[in-house]
Design a binder for this molecule. Structure first.
Ligand SMILES: C[S@@+](CC[C@H](N)C(=O)[O-])C[C@H]1O[C@@H](n2cnc3c(N)ncnc32)[C@H](O)[C@@H]1O
Length: 314
C-alpha cells in the first residue's frame, strides 16, 4: 500500500469554519486519504464522531487503515456524496453539526497510472473515481460526437482549441481506437504545439474527468441534500478548485441566504421564503506559504455558511 498521503488543502481554515472543537458529528463528504477526517478527530471533543464518505473504494480502505485507532469515532462509507442524506440517515443519524467537502481528485487517484487520470504518465484511459460511473474516458473519447467532445472540453476545461482537438480526435479514431493517455496526449500536442501543450493537456484531462465522474451534476445534488441533514446552527464548508464548481457553491449559498423572490418595488416580502443559510465570512484562499508547499492548492477556494433556519425550498 502506498503510504504517501494526499496533502490536505485549507484544513485549518475549514476546521475553524466548522467550529470543529465543539462539534459532535461532522460528515467529511470527500474522505480521500482521510486528511480532513484525521484533523477533525484530533480537535473534536473526545466523543466527537466523523462520518466519512467517498465513492472510491480504495480511498475508503486506506482511510480506514490510517484512522483505525479512532475506532467507532470514525465511520467510513463508500458512496456518492450526492446521496449524503440517505447515506447518513442509513447509519441511524438524522442530524449533524457540520458537512465538509474538499472537491476534486486525490493524490491516490492521480498518482496511479493504471487509473488514467494523469497526462504525464502512460496508462489506460479510464479516469473513474469510483465504480459507480456510467462511462470511462475511453468511451468518451472514442464514442462521443466531435460536437459533444468540443462542448465538454470548453465547458469543463475552457480550452480555446476545443473544436480543433475534438476534430483531431474524431479523425484519429477513424483508423485507430484511442485507449491510452499517451495517444490522447500525442493528439492534443499535434493540435496545440509544444509551447502551450502542458496547459492544454491539463484542461482536456480535467474536462474528461469532470464529465466521466459527473462532478458538476453530483455537486448540484449534494448541496441541497447536505442541508437536509444539517441541524440549525450546523455548518457547511466547501473547498472547490474549479471555477464552475466554485460558482455553483457561491450561488447556492447566496440563494439560501437571500431566497426572497419578491419584486424589489414591494415594500415587504410576500413570497414567504426565509433564509436557510447565513454566509460565514468571505471566500478563503490559501496563503503564499501553503501554495509554496503544495502548488496544487493554488486554485482552492473555501466557502462556509451556517444553517439559520429550515424554512427554505431545499
Ligand atoms: C481532494 S480529494 C479529498 C482529500 C481529503 N480531503 C484529504 O485531505 O485526504 C477528493 C475526494 O473526493 C472523492 N469524491 C469526488 N467526488 C465524489 C462524490 N461525488 N462522492 C463521493 N466522493 C467523491 C474523490 O474520490 C476523492 O477521493
Amino acid at each position: 500500500m502506498n503510504h504517501e498521503y494526499h496533502k490536505s488543502v485549507l484544513v485549518q481554515e475549514a476546521l475553524d469554519g466548522l467550529e470543529a472543537v465543539t462539534a459532535r458529528i461532522i460528515v467529511d463528504a470527500t474522505c480521500g486519504d482521510g486528511g480532513y477526517s484525521s484533523e477533525l478527530l484530533r480537535v473534536m471533543p473526545p466523543d466527537g464522531m466523523v462520518i466519512a464518505i467517498d465513492r472510491d473504494p480504495q480511498a475508503i480502505a486506506r482511510a480506514k487503515d490510517r484512522l483505525s485507532s479512532y475506532q467507532d469515532r470514525f465511520v467510513a462509507v463508500k458512496g456518492n456524496f450526492c446521496n449524503i442524506d440517505t447515506l447518513v440517515t442509513g447509519l441511524g443519524i438524522t442530524q449533524v453539526d457540520g458537512v465538509v467537502a474538499d472537491l476534486g481528485v486525490s493524490y491516490l487517484q492521480i498518482s496511479d497510472p493504471e487509473r488514467g487520470f494523469m497526462f504525464m504518465k502512460p496508462g489506460p484511459l479510464l479516469m473513474n473515481m469510483g465504480d459507480d460511473c456510467r462511462v470511462n474516458a475511453e468511451t468518451v473519447v472514442n464514442e462521443y460526437s466531435g460536437e459533444e467532445l468540443a462542448r465538454i472540453f470548453w465547458e469543463y476545461g475552457e480550452e480555446r482549441a476545443s473544436w480543433k482537438i475534438a476534430n483531431a480526435i474524431t479523425r484519429f479514431r477513424q483508423t485507430t481506437r484511442i485507449t491510452t493517455t499517451r495517444q490522447l496526449v500525442d493528439i492534443i500536442r499535434g493540435v496545440v504545439g509544444s509551447r502551450f501543450e502542458i496547459k492544454s493537456f491539463a484542461r482536456i484531462f480535467q474536462a474528461i474527468r469532470m464529465h466521466v465522474n459527473m462532478e458538476i451534476e453530483n455537486l448540484k445534488q449534494f448541496l441541497p441534500a447536505s442541508l437536509r441533514i444539517l441541524k440549525t446552527g450546523g455548518v457547511l464548508a466547501i473547498v472547490a478548485y474549479h471555477s464552475g464548481e466554485d460558482r455553483i457553491v457561491k450561488e447556492f449559498m447566496r440563494e439560501q441566504a437571500n431566497p426572497c423572490t419578491c419584486p424589489k418595488e414591494l415594500p415587504w416580502c410576500v413570497c414567504g421564503k426565509k433564509p436557510v443559510l447565513q454566509l460565514k465570512g468571505k471566500m478563503i484562499t490559501p496563503g503564499d506559504e501553503e501554495i509554496r508547499n503544495n502548488p496544487s492548492a493554488r486554485s482552492a477556494k473555501l466557502r462556509v455558511a451556517q444553517v439559520i433556519g429550515k424554512g427554505g425550498a431545499v
